[in-house]
Design a protein around this ligand. Structure first.
Ligand code: NCD
Length: 354
């Protein structure tokens, strides 16, 4: 990998992305061949937010590679509870570990962490922003089930506003040739504007639908997501949006015979349990591919050994990011970094427009 960290899959060259997906597939065919590949290496998992699959699959991946683990999954048991800054925590962990995987409720947290560590940082989910290793999981699963990642009609159904797995998937799959997106959600939970812009700028097409029944027949892949309760400002807002789209056996009858259903999980009620036995339901196989994708990533990201702390960055602008969920609103020492894109200034941490 030409970059040290994995914050956003857009940081990878297309050939690097293809290599990781291909390598994950290779590992899935003979995982025990790689049992010593990360011997004597340590992965630190810093989870500031609940997780089942991501943290467990990172841990299982490292153990299957013969490596070891340190970390926390409840920041109240660490010095974070004493008021330690993100910068100090990650700097210290990077003295102990060879690679850090970090999940935070704050958008841009992994990118912020990468400014202060002596080892590579993997973004394991930053608030409602991105979740690149879930996308590696999704691509590896798709490659195996559909045999291709291009020229697909992709339905995104559920919480397209707050679902970081959707955001990473859209950013990545809109860079691959000929993909079309069908956004299926309530108007309140549609995709953020910057991702609309990204889809169009990458030359892909996009349409909107408020009916899963109407849209499902044209899809090659249906990506279902739960409504992200924890990211709503109030319970009332959440109640208005939950339970609107439910995939059940009846709707599956309208779908193509080889359509593939993915879901990052956890599921709440958006896929009826009766769909689980449908051969097109790939969401449990997806969890296993996630482990192979992380085994591939850990090997690639630890290939280069560079133990220096990155040099300090200066703020590019005097203003602060206005996104209340941006990590810069929490950690005030962070440099204010903005990049120009399409004539707009975007926060480098969370991609919100200034
Ligand atoms: C997702 C996440 O945490 O963003 N789960 C996962 O990592 N597999 C999806 C979710 O929480 O809805």
């Amino acid at each position: 990998m030409h970059k040290r960290d994995l914050i956003d899959l857009a940081d990878l060259r297309p050939s690097e992305l293809a290599d990781i997906v291909r390598f994950a597939g290779e590992i899935s065919e003979n995982p025990s061949y790689y049992k010593g590949a990360a011997q004597h290496k340590i992965l630190a998992t810093l989870f500031y937010e609940p997780s089942t699959r991501t943290s467990m699959s990172f841990q299982a991946a490292m153990l299957r590679l013969g490596g070891s683990l340190i970390g926390f999954d409840d920041p109240s048991n660490s010095s974070v509870a004493k008021g330690e800054s993100l910068k100090d925590t990650v700097r210290v962990f990077s003295n102990y570990a060879d690679v850090l995987a970090i999940r935070s409720p704050w958008e841009g947290a992994a990118m912020a962490a990468s400014l202060y560590t002596r080892c590579p940082v993997i973004n394991a989910g930053d608030g409602g922003h991105l979740h690149p290793t879930q996308t590696l999981t999704d691509l590896t699963t798709l490659n195996y089930t559909l045999g291709r990642l291009e020229n697909l009609t992709i339905g995104l159904c559920g919480d397209n506003k707050n679902g970081r797995t959707v955001h990473s998937l859209v950013k990545t799959m809109s860079r691959l040739k000929g993909n079309r997106f069908v956004i299926i959600s309530t108007p309140e939970l549609t995709l953020p504007q910057y991702l609309h812009d990204e889809i169009l700028a990458n030359g892909c097409t996009m349409e909107f639908s408020d009916s899963l029944e109407e849209a499902i027949g044209k899809l090659d892949m249906l990506y279902m997501t739960r409504i992200q309760k924890e990211r709503f400002p109030s319970v009332e807002e959440y109640e208005k949006n939950k339970g609107v789209f439910i995939l059940d056996r009846q709707k599956m009858r309208l779908a193509k015979e080889d359509m593939c259903v993915l879901h990052p999980l956890p599921r709440v009620d958006e896929i009826a349990v009766e769909v689980d036995d449908d051969p097109r339901a790939a969401y449990f196989a997806q969890t296993e591919y996630g482990m192979y994708a992380r085994m591939a990533l850990i090997q690639r990201i630890t290939e280069r050994v560079d133990r220096s702390v990155p040099s300090t960055l200066e703020s590019t602008h005097a203003k602060r990011c206005k996104n209340p969920r941006c990590i810069t609103t929490q950690e005030h020492y962070l440099p204010r970094l903005f990049d120009e894109k399409g004539g707009k200034l975007l926060c480098r941490y969370c991609e919100h427009k200034l």
